[in-house]
Design a binder for this molecule. Structure first.
Ligand code: NAP
Length: 486
């Protein structure tokens, strides 16, 4: 990894504004080569305790800053991310595997959260309420929640942190982060940029660790009464566990969990746009996104044409290491992820699905998988009930709008949903009837800092991004001023 600013490659813990070494370390692996790229320090419960103690001190200072100071700090972080875009993208690709162009896009997306919440920091407005008696005045203030904890996944190792850290700083909170085992380097590079910024020491700490540490670190964060909020992005399974653990201290909890997005193509759709939509929605990040198209329903009248045009586009993808110019699809994160995609393909075929292309590990070996297209995937298949989280698209034909909306909603998840149609009335009807927190109409790309990201049902609680993302980091305080006479 060639960096123009080698100081961004950090491998120690970042606690209370200082880099803390540890003898206990674990290997961070480049998924494209299987080689170790760094040995990162492992945090303990004592590290969490020290980080929370420092966070409390820093937060008391930070909550008294003006909105303009917080705006300036966040705008500075946005600028710093953009100034180091190439290095940050190189680090991200090395540990996560996505093509460099996508990694650079993620850094710009992450910077966008700092920019957006810099602006929102100045709009943490309160309210006055017409009083219930003549001698009183009723006010509502929004105050910072306090010290927060974040636990983040590996698939967007920079953006998922920015989406939590930026609103926390804007609201006047501190944050202790546990990043994913596979991708701590992006988190630590961000910590280095925070260390260089005009932000109190301790406002942001990073307690990294491997999978053996995750449960202990998570429990320490959830049970600490000084932490008033947990913001988690990851699987529904772990989200449920953390929600239970947070009950003991009645923390505020935001959960961005798994999805099972339906992607519906109606007969009247612009097919080229729908195919562009599937390509970006299904194959970006090798299909490892929570809002990835998981069940692709295509109406009978365009099913065959859609299949053959999508087949051509899938075969044109270039599988290779993310760092190689020209690669459009990188490796999967781990061998377990590869096995899951294989299992989904095998299961669908055993239930009658037809393999059009791919369907097997790539000849490059490691965790590369050949981009795959299956048709006639039944609703009883694993591809329809679980996230495939890989570059395998499965098509299912349908006849009527009512039938497909029912099938789309037949899942405990409700994160994102997509459909393509040129019928205006249908676009309103279907978007209102889909049970999901986010709907893409005639687009496969919906994420942006300005919009509220989040799910319904078992896909989560709360929203990130947009003005609603700031609400997650503030408590409402009602003040009743009495004795004012008449
Ligand atoms: P995961 O296994 O739930 O891991 C997410 C984070 O939780 C990681 O930091 C992980 O640490 C940690 N963790 C695991 N077990 C834990 C425990 N017992 N206590 C505390 N922390 C624990 O999810 P993943 O496989 O990394 O990520 C993929 C999932 O995230 C998918 O379901 C995807 O849909 C979802 N996701 C959702 C969104 C959204 O916005 N809704 C965005 C991105 C991803 P280790 O890495 O050390 O195991």
């Amino acid at each position: 990894m060639q960096l123009s600013d080698a100081g961004l490659l950090k491998t120690d813990l970042f606690i209370g504004g200082r880099w803390s070494p540890s003898n206990a370390r674990y290997d961070v692996i480049d998924p494209a080569t299987g080689q170790t790229i760094a040995e990162v320090a492992r945090a303990t419960e004592e590290s969490v305790d020290a980080a929370v103690t420092a966070a409390q001190v820093a937060q008391r200072k930070w909550r008294d800053t003006t909105a303009t100071q917080r705006r300036d700090a966040l705008a500075g972080l946005a600028d710093a991310l953009l100034a180091h875009e190439a290095d940050l993208a190189a680090i991200l690709t090395a540990e996560q595997g996505k093509p460099l162009a996508e990694a650079a896009g993620e850094i710009r997306y992450a910077a966008g959260f700092f920019r957006w919440f810099a602006e929102e920091a100045r709009r943490v407005y309160g309210e006055t309420i017409p009083a219930h008696r003549p001698d009183a005045r009723l006010l509502v203030q929004r105050q910072p929640v306090g010290v927060g904890a974040a636990i983040t996944p590996w698939n967007f190792p920079s953006a998922m942190i920015a989406r939590k850290l930026a609103p926390a700083i804007a609201a006047g909170c501190a944050l202790v982060l546990k990043p994913a085992e596979d991708t701590p380097l992006s988190a630590l590079a961000l910590a280095e940029l925070v260390a260089r910024a005009d932000i109190p020491s301790g406002l942001f700490s990073v307690v990294a660790g491997n999978r053996d540490d995750a449960s202990r670190l998570g429990t320490a964060l959830c049970l600490d009464p000084r932490i008033r909020k947990l913001s988690f992005t990851g699987s529904t399974r772990v989200g449920k566990l953390l929600l239970e653990q947070c009950a003991s201290t009645v923390k505020r909890v935001s959960l961005e969990l798994g999805g099972n997005a339906p992607f519906i193509v109606f007969d009247d759709a612009d097919l080229e746009a729908a195919i562009d939509g599937v390509m970006v929605c299904k194959f970006r990040n090798s299909g490892q996104t929570c809002v990835s198209a998981n069940r692709i329903y295509v109406q009978a009248g365009v099913y065959d044409e859609f299949t053959s045009r999508l087949h051509e586009r899938i075969d044109a993808l270039v599988v290779g290491p993310g760092a190689d110019a020209g690669s459009t699809i990188g490796p999967l994160i781990t061998t377990a992820a590869l096995k899951k995609v294989e299992q989904h393909v095998t299961d669908a075929r055993s239930q009658g699905a037809k393999l059009i292309t791919g369907g097997k590990p790539h000849q490059r070996g490691g965790t590369f998988f050949v981009p795959t297209l299956l048709t006639d995937v039944p609703d009883s298949s694993l591809m329809h009930s679980e996230e495939t989280f890989g570059p395998a698209a499965g098509l299912t034909p349908f006849n009527t709008e009512a039938e497909v909306v029912q099938a789309a909603n037949d899942t405990p998840y409700g994160l994102a949903a997509y459909f393509f149609t040129t019928d205006l009335a249908r676009s309103w009807r279907v978007s209102e009837n889909l049970e999901s927190g986010m709907v893409g109409v005639n687009t496969g790309l919906i994420s942006t800092p300005e919009a509220p990201f989040g799910g319904v049902k078992e896909s989560g609680l709360g929203r990130e991004g947009s003005r609603h993302g700031l609400d997650e980091w503030t408590d409402i305080k009602y003040v009743c001023v009495g004795g004012l006479g008449q």
